[in-house]
Write a protein that binds this ligand. Sequence first.
Ligand code: MN
Ligand code: MN
Length: 356
Amino acid sequence: MFVADRTTLAQFLIEECRRLPDAAELPPVILDVALACKRIAKAVALGSLGETQGVAGTVNIQGETQKKLDVISNDIFRSSTEWGGHVAAIASEEMDHSCPIPDHYPRGRYLLVYDPLDGSSNIEVNVAVGSIFSVLEAPAAGRPVEDSDFLQPGTRQVAAGYALYGPATELVLTIGNGVHGFTLDPQLGEFILTRPAIKVPEETREFAINASNSRFWEQPVKRYVEECLAGSTGPRDKDFNMRWIASLVAEVHRILMRGGVFLYPRDSKQPLKAGRLRLLYEANPVAFIMEQAGAAATTGKERLLAVEPTSLHQRIPLIFGSRTEVDRIERYHHEDAPQQIDTPLFNSRGLFRANV
Ligand code: MN
Ligand code: MN
């Protein structure tokens, strides 16, 4: 088929937003994000030739060492999206606080929050990385945008998506009308609609979790994983496979394409941090995409999109994927709740086991 027969991202957005009420200003925002992703794809694809690998010598607000490409990707996102007049402020994994767009540009109606380079520890080993973004409504004009304006539950997202820089560059998007995937045609420089109306299979035999943390897991997660590992000899009566790419975007993409479940649950490794992944620019956009693709996302105890954020860089336990598995894991959390009594005498290693 000639490329001329295919739908571009711009055509898709303009046609979809024509049908939605009050969405006319959304296509330019998403197209600017798409441009940022194309620029980042180009930087990533140069690999060691680009002199962009290695550490930047700085640390972000979360205490993580920034790679050069983290900083470059953040600058690319910012400069690609701040000029258009449709965004009021941006927030990023790599910036301590939100940032209003410069005064010489008109202020728009949206807030943009993003993880400019997800999975950046995979850069040196040439494994897939990505970018994740979420679009929210800005407060009415008349006062400066503050960090607290970004603290909206995921149900209020207007759009969300990610780019995956793998063997091909793909952009996956929802504006609340299902999930749609686009592949970058590098000659044309356009994202072309290649996966319309993605649906996650309800049943799966694949799970993804960082098993090196297993001694820190809570009982419901231990139970779920033990049952998967027991396979056809256990209560699940079927064998499972395990996957772990250590790049959230790549895990999301695999689960969208062929089902599966991903867990980065609450654990006791760092008791002050509720989870590993960040609510506003990792968990919320992923959860919006999952629900729009017929799958589910939870903290273990509640629907992820219902969580009321309390800070810009808040971490959250995140479990998402095929609906039947997510429902089961949530059920285990509710069933096993009494076992989390916080007294050493009654936990599973105490004198009196709470659940014998
Ligand atoms: Mn990330
Ligand atoms: Mn990142």
